[in-house]
Design a protein. Sequence first.
Length: 275
Amino acid sequence: MSGHVEVMDLVAQLKAAEETFVLATVVRTVSVTAAKAGAKAIIRPDGTIVAGWIGGGCARGAVLKAAREALADGEPRMVSVQPENLLAELGVKPGENRDGVRFAQNMCPSKGTMDIFVEPVLPHPSLVILGVSPVALSLATQARQLGYHVTVAAPAADLPAAPDADMLIDGYQLGRLNEARRFIVVSTQGRGDEAALRTAVSTGAAYHAFVGSRRKMAALREKLIAEGIEASAVDRIKAPAGLDLGAITPEEIAMSILAEITVERRRGQRGAGRV
């Protein structure tokens, strides 16, 4: 089996396991370079190259730096490693970005040029829904259509039907969750509000929300604080959940919540790469 096939086999395995990594691909070389066009490598978040090869130290530092940045913002980038004289001819300095390309200096005696495409591969974003109200069920269905890994947690006795979810948990004790950027929505509709909110505030996420009125959340807030939960943790929960779209039906409310999650999910990415 060739090295290329081994790399792509591992890519498929890591994707199936919902793991985070970077795929670096050499797309062009000029003159003498250690790796040639088509060479690939898989890079873990800690900077470890676990499969493949894209050359030695001449390109490694620049690619690893680009890999860290790609994992941070979710955007792919191109790295061009060139000798000093060619960078000077282009009028760019090492580390400079131009037209979507990050330039780096090749310090090796070979003085070759290598262009590497650095692509982050991230797990599906994770949506955790506590409760099985009509809004919760519609939210699960719509989120799955948008590519979210959906976890629904609620007592089995409360289930009106099998939710459209990747993972179903009996009760509000979540245990080990999908490792990805996480969003949590409590939509219990009066059945286990406090228990679900206690779980929500103790679970790390980029977004916490409660499907209910501000007045109801204020009353629940006082109860949770009286139980010893820090006010700052409770105040991270957005209530009511969703953008103010004038939503009325469960489907519309679910859509407004997903719209708000999308705003948070894409924060910092909108306009990425534009000058």
